[in-house]
Design a protein around this ligand. Structure first.
Ligand SMILES: *Cc1c(COP(=O)(O)O)cnc(C)c1O
Length: 397
């Protein structure tokens, strides 16, 4: 493959020429079942006619003007997103990291508005929030930070799924202004917190007048079986970030705010050249319409249950399988040993999967999956896992 690209990615030896629905084809004509969706991006699969149609139509009219002017598509998308999430207003960016930058800046701005000169944000171990300086500093992964010091200051880290640890921070640090947390940790290993965790954070934030900020970049847009994952607990945060699936592959990020967070930014406080341009917003409007009006949120819940049950039937009790967990179509299979090699094995069998946090197989299939395709993923992945564990046992014996 080309060497004119900076080698920041360990790429697999394949490239795809086209796709349709949950299927991708490589240049030799081999077909792959996509159980990853470009890491939770292509939730409507590939070449979805509603999205392709919206992109083509908008491209024929107007791609970009500037945020110096009104942008009708942006207004429409903001109205749709706020109605679906219970939030009040939106800042549009071009990626997840940028959406989180907007959120982190908003938290600092909020702190300064309250006379706190050095505001801090509570963040979690094993979290992932992006690769810009502020978002990698917020990220709970030493590998992502190594070599990029000095990190951005103003973050206090606590273990995930531990409300007492957050309460302790409240006692020890007077400069905290917000909590930033993923409702389910994606990159960190598909970590599903105890039910009530988000409610608990809401309570703590209310008590201390902190902003509750949810990074729903991976969990949002129907992925977990609710339009946004905080709806599982009927929690409305002060700040909520979206990206990944929002454009089904067209780059767009969003930072939504409600209540006291919605009235903070004024002209000149934040900005983006491309953010919320007509093309990206037209694509996102088509995505949101398909997901929300097309019954795909409920479908994600139903399919997730079907797949998790399938995995439980095949893998529960097998030695070497540590945990099976998930929420909607965000599924993790944790093994007792590193299993990154499974990605290549799956690829050769025409199945796209991911391994994160070293030993957790992560599945993020498109929401448009048929029952038969869901079953095919369960069978394919289960066979790979059983074979892998058998070989590991033989090597050990
Ligand atoms: C992917 C992801 C990001 C970063 O998004 P980019 O578009 O890659 O900048 C941030 N937070 C979470 C939870 C993510 O999954």
């Amino acid at each position: 493959m080309t060497t004119a690209i900076m080698p920041t990615y360990a790429r697999l030896p394949v490239q795809f020429s086209h796709g349709e629905g949950v299927w991708l084809w490589d240049e030799s004509g081999k077909r792959y079942l996509d159980a990853l969706s470009g890491i939770a991006v292509c939730s409507l699969g590939h070449a979805h006619p509603a999205v392709s149609g919206a992109i083509c139509e908008q491209a024929g009219k107007l791609v970009h003007t500037s945020n110096l002017y009104g942008i009708q598509r942006q207004e429409e998308l903001a109205r749709r997103l706020t109605a679906l999430t219970g939030m009040q207003n939106v800042f549009f960016a071009n990626s997840g990291a940028e959406a989180n930058e907007a959120a982190i800046k908003l938290a600092r701005f909020y702190g300064h508005s309250r006379g706190i000169d050095r505001p801090a944000v509570v963040v979690m171990e094993s979290s992932f929030h992006g690769r810009t300086l502020a978002t990698l500093s917020a990220t709970g992964n030493a590998k992502i930070q190594a070599g990029f010091e000095p990190l951005v200051e103003g973050f206090v880290r606590v273990p995930y799924n531990d409300l007492d640890a957050i309460r302790q921070v409240a006692e020890q640090h007077a400069n905290v202004v917000a909590v930033l947390v993923e409702p389910v940790q994606g990159e960190g290993g598909v970590n599903v917190p105890t039910a009530g965790y988000l409610n608990g954070i809401r309570e703590i934030c209310d008590r201390h007048q902190w902003l509750m900020m949810l990074d729903e970049i991976q969990t949002g847009i129907g992925r977990t079986g609710r339009f946004v994952a905080c709806q599982h607990e009927a929690v409305v945060p002060d700040v909520l970030t979206l990206a990944k699936a929002l454009g089904n592959g067209v780059p767009i990020g969003a930072c939504l705010a409600s209540g006291k967070a919605a009235g903070l930014y004024g002209p000149g406080n934040h900005g983006s050249t491309f953010g919320g341009n007509p093309l990206a917003c037209a694509a996102a409007l088509a995505v949101v319409k398909e997901v929300a009006d097309g019954g795909l949120v409920e479908r994600a819940a139903e399919l997730g249950e079907r797949m998790l049950n399938g995995f439980r039937d095949r893998l529960t009790g097998r030695s070497g399988v540590v945990d099976l967990r998930g929420k909607g179509l965000m599924i993790g299979i944790q093994l007792g040993r590193p299993c990154t090699e499974l990605v290549k094995q799956a690829l050769s069998q025409g199945l796209l999967i991911n391994v994160t946090a070293g030993s957790t197989i992560r599945l993020l299939p498109p929401l448009i999956l048929s029952d038969a395709e869901a079953d095919q993923i369960v069978e394919g992945v289960s066979d790979l896992v059983l074979n892998f564990l058998e070989q590991a046992a033989e090597t050990a014996a």
